[in-house]
Design a binder for this molecule. Sequence first.
Ligand SMILES: *[C@@H]1O[C@H](CO)[C@@H](O)[C@H](O)[C@H]1NC(C)=O
Ligand SMILES: *[C@@H]1O[C@H](CO)[C@@H](O)[C@H](O)[C@H]1NC(C)=O
Ligand SMILES: *[C@@H]1O[C@H](CO)[C@@H](O)[C@H](O)[C@H]1NC(C)=O
Ligand SMILES: *[C@@H]1O[C@H](CO)[C@@H](O)[C@H](O)[C@H]1NC(C)=O
Ligand SMILES: *[C@@H]1O[C@H](CO)[C@@H](O)[C@H](O)[C@H]1NC(C)=O
Ligand SMILES: *[C@@H]1O[C@H](CO)[C@@H](O)[C@H](O)[C@H]1NC(C)=O
Ligand SMILES: *[C@@H]1O[C@H](CO)[C@@H](O)[C@H](O)[C@H]1NC(C)=O
Ligand SMILES: *[C@@H]1O[C@H](CO)[C@@H](O)[C@H](O)[C@H]1NC(C)=O
Ligand SMILES: *[C@@H]1O[C@H](CO)[C@@H](O)[C@H](O)[C@H]1NC(C)=O
Length: 892
Amino acid sequence: MRGSTLASFASVAGIAVGASPLVSQCGQSASIPNWDLQSSTSAPSDVASISKPAFDASSWHHADVSRCTLMGCLLAAGVYDQDEIWFSENLNDVNWGQFTVPWLYRNAFSLTPEVGSHYILETNGISSKADLFLNGKQFATKEFQAGAYGGHTYDVTDLAAEDNALVVQVYPTDVNYDFGVGFVDWNPSSPCNATGVWRNITIKQTGPVSLGRLSVLAEIETPVEGRSATVTLQATAQNLENQKVTVEFEGSIAEEGATGSAAPSKKSSITLAAGESRVVSMQFELAQPKIWWPKQWGDQPMYEATLSASASSALSDAVQAPFGVRNATYAVHSPAGIYEDGMFTVNGYPFLVLGGGYASDMFLRWDSDRFTAMAAYILDMGLNTIRLEGKMDQPELYEIADRAGLMIMPGWECCDKWEAWKYNDELSISPVPVWDENDYHTANSSILHEAAVLQPHPSILGYLIGSDYWPDPRAANLYLGALDGVNWGAGIVASAGKLGFPKATGPGGMKMAGPYDWVPPNYWYYNDTHHFGQAWGFGSELGAGVGTPELGSLKKFLNQSDMDDLWTNPGKMLFHMSTNVSSFFNRKRYDLGLYGRYGAPTSLDDYLLKAQIMDYEATRSQFEAFSAHWSAARRPSTGAIYWMLNNAWPSLHWNQFDYYLHPGGSYFGTKVGSRMEHVSYDYVEKKVWLINHSTQTAGARTIQVDLIGLDGKSLSSQTIHAQTKANAATSLAHIEGMDSIKDVAFLRLVLTDSAGTVLSRNVYWLTNTVDVLDWGKSTWYYTPCETFVNYTALSTLETAKMSVSTEQVYTTAGAQKAYSVTLKNDAEVPAFFIRLNLVDSSGDDVVPVMWTDNYVTLWPKETLTLQVTDWEGSGASVDVSGWNIAASTASL
Ligand SMILES: *[C@@H]1O[C@H](CO)[C@@H](O)[C@H](O)[C@H]1NC(C)=O
Ligand SMILES: *[C@@H]1O[C@H](CO)[C@@H](O)[C@H](O)[C@H]1NC(C)=O
Ligand SMILES: *[C@@H]1O[C@H](CO)[C@@H](O)[C@H](O)[C@H]1NC(C)=O
Ligand SMILES: *[C@@H]1O[C@H](CO)[C@@H](O)[C@H](O)[C@H]1NC(C)=O
Ligand SMILES: *[C@@H]1O[C@H](CO)[C@@H](O)[C@H](O)[C@H]1NC(C)=O
Ligand SMILES: *[C@@H]1O[C@H](CO)[C@@H](O)[C@H](O)[C@H]1NC(C)=O
Ligand SMILES: *[C@@H]1O[C@H](CO)[C@@H](O)[C@H](O)[C@H]1NC(C)=O
Ligand SMILES: *[C@@H]1O[C@H](CO)[C@@H](O)[C@H](O)[C@H]1NC(C)=O
Ligand SMILES: *[C@@H]1O[C@H](CO)[C@@H](O)[C@H](O)[C@H]1NC(C)=O
C-alpha cells in the first residue's frame, strides 16, 4: 500500500523519487527504459521547461518500451491495436494528420553524480531529426541530430543531476526530404512515416576518460585451417576533463563459454591533453583460433574482446564486443573484361549466396524472439544470407545472426533521400532536392555509426554503400573513409545494380534486372543472351513475386469481400499487395499464369491450393537454377536474393513465409531448391543436376529417376551413379521418356548415398513442353509468356486414399515437442501436393512451426514420414489436405 502511494506520488510529480539510478558506476551504461509521449500541439510550447524534472507528464501516453516510432509507441501504449488497424483497409482510417507536427518523448530518471564522474548520452538514430533537452536546457539541435541512422554521443555531465528529465522533440519524416526508413512500394508507409526514437538512447557513466565503440578486426589468411589469427582492438579514447590525464588501457580476449583468456591480456598507457581524443589500438595473436563458419559449413565459436581505460588506478570506462574469427571477401570478376559479376568468399571458399530481402516491421518494432524464429526459418530453408536494404534494424539482429551462422548484407535504402543525387532518374519523377552540405554531414554520421555497430560481427558479409543508384564521389569517399576508419574487414559493394559506380570502388558486380513479378520455372535456366534475372551472376533482388498466405493467415487480415476479390477479381487493386503507386498493386500477371496453367479457380480454397503450387514451383526453380549454375564455366551464378524474405505487415505476395510466420508453398519450394545436397531437374535442358553446397570431400551417389503418368503407370525409369563434388554442381543424364508424356506426368528424383540414406527426394509435375517466354516484351519487372503449359489435366487425377498416422518423437523440458507424421498413399495413382498443417485445439495455425518437408507428392503405394517441430507445444492435430485426397485431421 505504502509502495503504491509512493509510486503514484512520484508519477504525479514527474520525478523518479526513490527509483534506483539508471547508472551508478564508471563503465556502466543503460538505456532509457520507457517513454511518456505527447504531440507538441498538446504540450506547452516551451519545450525546455518540459525537460525540468518537476514537469508533470502523467497525462501523456505511456509506452513501456525503450524504443518506438510514434505509431510503435501508440501501439505499445494501447491507443491502437495491430490486428485492428491491419485488418482490411483500416490503416486508412488512422489519423495520419496527427503526425505532421513534432512530438515529444520524455523520461525522468535518477543518477548519482559525484566529483569526477561524467555522463555520456548516446543516440543511435532518431527519425527524422530531433532537438534534445535535459533538465531545462537544450543540448542538441535537429540540424546535427538528424537521420534514422545518425548516432551521436553527447557529454551531458554539466546538465546531469540526481533527478533528471530528458525530452526528445522529434520532427516529421518525409523520406524524400529526410534520411528516414521508408518502404518504397513494399507496403503502405506507417502513418507516422517511422518517425521517432526508434532505437535506444543510452546513458553511460565514466570517469575522466570515455571510450568510443570497440572495433575488433580478426585477420586470418586463407586457407584458414591450421593458421593463426591477428586480432586488433581499436577505440577512440577521449579526455573529458580540462586538464591532462594519464590513461592506462587494458585489453583482453576470452572465448565465450570458456574460462580464462584466449590470449595474454595487454596493457598500455598514454597521456591525453585536456579535451583530447585519440585512437588507441592493441594487437593479439591467436595461435590456434576457433574459426567461425556460416551455418552450412560449420560452427559459430565466438570470442569476446574487452578494452578498459583507467585513470589514477580507478576504472574510468570499459567497452566490449563479441566477435568471431572468419575471413570474408567480395571481389568483382571480369574475365576478358567482358562482364562483371561479384562473388563473396568465406574463409577462402567461394560462397554462393542464397538468401532473401529482409523487411523490418512496418512500425519498426523489434522482437528478439520473433527474429530468432525467422533466423531458424531462413536456415531451415537452406538459405545462408539476408539482405537489409536500409533496414539495419536493431543491434540484437546481428547478435542473433552471429550465433545462428546467418550471413548479412546490410546497406543503404533506395528510391528516396538516401539516393538524392542529380543523376538519379527515379527521383526526377517527383523532384527531390539533391544533398546539401548538412546532408553530407548526416550521411557521414550515419555511416560512422552503422560501421561502428556492424564491424565486429562475423555475420557481416559486406556493406552496400549504394542501393539502386551508386553514391556520388563525395558520398562514396565518406562512406569508404568511415568503413576504413573502423577496420571494416568484410566486403564493400558499390551498389545493388549495374546503373553505374563510383571510381573509388569500381563496378558493384550485382544485377537488379528483375523479375519482381511472376515468371515460369524455366525462366531461370536461360543464359545471358537476354540480360535479365536468369541464373547467372549475382541477383541482388529477384524472384517471381510469390508468397500467397494460406487461409489461416488470410482470415487474420482480410474480410469476406477482400477474400472474394482474391480469387474472383484478378485485376483489382488489393490493399495488401504493394501500394497503389506501384507496378505490383494487383495479382494480374500472377493470375494470368495461374488461370492459364492450372485452370480458373472454382473457389477460394481451389485458388489457394493452386497458388501454393505456383509459389512452390517458382521458388524451387529459382534456387535450383542458381545452385545448378554455380559451377558454370562461363558466367556462373554467384548469388540470389529472393525478393523478398518477409513482409513489414500482412502482405499477399513477396515473401518466403507470411507475416504470421506461417510457412507455405514459397517456403517449401525454397527449402527443397536450396537443400545442402540435392538433385534437381533442368526445365530447359530436360536433364538432372547434382548439387552440393558443402565444403566436404567427394563421395559416391545414386540417383533414381522415375517418370509416371496421371494413371500411375511408368513412362521411364533410370538409375544414375555419380560422384559428388564439394561446393559444386554437376550436370548428369537427360530424362528419358519425356516425349511419351501425353498430358501431365510426374517426375521423381531420389538421391541416396552409398549407405542407401535418402539425401534428397524431389517431385515435379511436367508436360512435354515448357512455358514460352516472350523475351522481347520484357520490362524491368518481368518477362511475359507467349503460351503457358497446360496442367489442367491434373483435374482428371483420380482420388487417392491416404492413411495418416502420427507419433510423438520427443518432448523437451521446455514446451517444445516433435511428432512424426507418416503418410501412406493406398492408391494406384499419385497423391499430388499433400499439405500438412499443425493446428491447436481451436483449429488455429500453430506458428512458428518447422516441418522437415511439406506440400509433398506421393507415388502410388508410397509411404513417406515427415517430422514436425512444435516450438510452443500447442499443437493438437494435423490437418491433411491436397489436390486429389479427401481432407482429414489426424490428432496428436
Ligand atoms: C535497448 O534497451 C532495452 C531496455 O533497456 C534493452 O533490453 C535492450 O537490450 C537494449 N538494446 C540495445 C541494443 O541497447
Ligand atoms: C471489407 O473491407 C472493404 C474495405 O474496407 C469494404 O469496402 C468492404 O465493404 C468490407 N466487406 C465486408 C464484407 O465487410
Ligand atoms: C509521409 O511521407 C509522405 C511522402 O513520402 C508525405 O506525403 C507525408 O506527408 C508524410 N507524412 C508525415 C506525417 O510527415
Ligand atoms: C583474407 O584472406 C586473404 C587471402 O588469404 C588475405 O589476403 C586477406 O588479408 C584476409 N583478410 C583478412 C581480414 O584477414
Ligand atoms: C566525417 O566525420 C568524421 C568524424 O567526425 C570527420 O573526421 C570526417 O572529416 C568527416 N568526413 C566528411 C567527408 O565530412
Ligand atoms: C544461349 O542460349 C541460346 C539458346 O537459348 C543459344 O543459342 C546460345 O548459343 C547460348 N549462348 C551461350 C553464350 O551459351
Ligand atoms: C492510392 O491510395 C491513396 C491512399 O490510400 C489514395 O489517396 C489514392 O486515391 C489512391 N489512388 C488510386 C489511383 O487508387
Ligand atoms: C555434400 O554435402 C553433404 C552434407 O549434406 C556432406 O556430408 C557431403 O560430404 C558432401 N559431399 C560432397 C561430395 O561434397
Ligand atoms: C488443356 O488440356 C486439356 C486437357 O488435357 C484440354 O481439354 C484443353 O483444351 C487444353 N487447353 C488448351 C488451352 O490447350
